[in-house]
Design a protein around this ligand. Structure first.
Ligand code: ADP
Length: 454
């Protein structure tokens, strides 16, 4: 069971007063939790069956504006309701909030009660089902990198987002002394999430002042995405409780390393690792090679799902450990895909393209779809790239801008075939909307550069 509380146990805890609040949450297009805070008595009596929300929640941007141009949700259709259907297998306590439990909801059409196709959880479930039809289960792990800041969200906002002082003074990569100073925030993050049923492995300092990483043990793809979303949410809330801010922006400062969300992937059949072949030089099965070939072949099509914001593309820079090329390598951190655990039962492929701002359901769904296509078409895997991949002119490029990634998404016959036109058009529109908003802005850089000298 992915959650830690059964509905029966929740009812008992509500009856004895241990739980008084239940958060019913859907996951939005940006990978955030949206929903309602129920009085627990109401939830266990009636609302556990279903509750409702305005359908704009799956047709909005980071600022919750009523973005235009979506076929599914618009002023013409009058912004109706969706059903939020609690997935009772995901009930868990929220130990960092008093007397509170949480449940994740699937999003259903108000009239047909069918899954809303562009709901992130539904998109991932669809690809998991396709994989299951082939006889496999995907195990995934997403690493969460983020920055902690000295001041609170409110103080930073008041300063016009200029008072951005990271919590630490220097690069804290694997640094035990420096991360001891951050334990006031990170220890409760690890312990509360663990108590909420997330298989927390560790936190570690990352390669910049104030930068952190949380690692969660790999799990079935849907559980992994649920874990990622709950962990990201908890990190922000616990940082806020301590008077700090946590940011998952992919790149908050031009001169500092960006934040990634690497995705580790392996396929299993009947509890056995299907990526393993002890007779292969690197321990990779044929199945794994086809899967990785699919990941690489379609990376330009699905980059939008790994890098959904204008800012995401500022992270892809040479010499920063963020990749720029769609090739694979053996334990080499400059490539888009890195083979990990070569020659062991834990052999897996790590995608290093995604930024910390990705939506894990969409990222995993797109990569599963690409891997499945690699398996179906028995795509050949080129030999691994060696050396400094940044300088390899023969290697394919990751799209360099949101504009290019959105064009690729929109024009992808492959994604249209495996995800459906409605889903592709919905997210391509979200990307276009983001670009339209950005194109309207006059940036500080333009003013400083041209005010006097233009
Ligand atoms: P590194 O620190 O070198 O990136 P780790 O050993 O910390 O590697 O593993 C990174 C992530 O990979 C962890 O979250 C771990 O749970 C996950 N992982 C380990 N084995 C597998 C596997 N077979 N499939 C998917 N993920 C895995």
């Amino acid at each position: 069971m992915p959650g830690t509380l059964t509905f029966e146990v929740l009812k008992r805890q509500v009856a004895d007063g241990a739980i008084d609040t239940v958060l019913a949450c859907l996951v939005d297009m940006q990978g955030r939790l949206m929903g309602k805070r129920f009085h627990a008595a109401n939830f266990v009596e009636t609302s556990f069956e279903e509750t409702h929300c305005c359908n704009y929640l799956l047709a909005t941007d980071l600022e919750m504006s009523t973005s235009e141009g979506f076929a599914a949700t618009n002023w013409r259709e009058g912004y109706g309701d969706y059903v939020m259907k609690p997935d009772l297998s995901t009930i868990r306590p929220v130990p960092w909030l008093e007397g509170t439990a949480m449940v994740l909801c699937d999003v259903l059409d108000h009239h047909t009660h069918q899954p809303v196709p562009h709901s992130p959880r539904a998109i991932l479930k669809a690809q998991i089902d396709r994989l299951s039809a082939l006889g496999f289960e995907a195990m995934m792990a997403t690493e969460l990198e983020f920055f902690l800041f000295a001041r609170s969200f409110a103080e930073i906002e008041k300063s016009g987002f200029r008072d951005l002082e990271p919590i630490g003074g220097y690069n804290e990569d694997y640094h035990i002394f420096q991360t001891t100073k951050d334990e006031g925030v990170l220890r409760p993050i690890r312990n509360h999430l663990f108590a909420a049923g997330l298989p927390i492995e560790n936190t570690k300092g990352e390669a910049e002042a104030g930068q952190q990483e949380l690692n969660i043990r790999y799990a079935a793809a849907l559980d992994c995405a649920d874990h990622h979303t709950i962990a990201k949410h908890a990190i922000k809330e616990i940082a806020w409780q301590q008077g700090h801010a946590a940011s998952f922006l992919a790149k908050w400062h031009p001169g500092r390393t960006g934040s990634s969300s690497h995705v580790h992937q392996s396929l299993w059949r009947g509890g056995e690792a299907a990526f393993v072949d002890a007779s292969d030089e690197l321990g990779m099965s044929k199945l794994m090679k086809h899967y990785v070939a699919g990941l690489i072949a379609y990376a330009p099509d699905y980059t939008y799902f790994l890098a959904p914001n204008v800012n995401s593309y500022k992270r892809f820079a040479k010499g920063t450990f963020a990749p720029t090329k769609t090739v694979w390598s053996v334990d080499n951190r400059t490539a888009g895909f890195r083979l990990c655990g070569a020659g062991t039962k834990g052999v897996r492929i790590e995608c290093r393209i995604g930024g910390s701002d990705l939506n894990p359901y969409l990222a995993q769904a797109a990569m599963l779809a690409a891997g499945i296509r690699g398996i179906e078409d028995k795509l050949e895997l080129a030999p691994p790239t060696r050396g400094d991949v940044y300088e390899d002119a023969s290697a394919g490029d990751i799209p360099q801008s949101l504009r290019r990634a959105v064009e690729n998404l929109h024009g992808s016959a492959f994604l249209r075939e495996v995800m459906g036109d409605a889903v592709v058009d919905h997210y391509a529109r979200a990307g276009e909307w983001e670009l339209e908003q950005f194109d309207r802005v006059v940036t500080d850089w333009e003013i400083a550069r041209g005010f006097e000298r233009a």
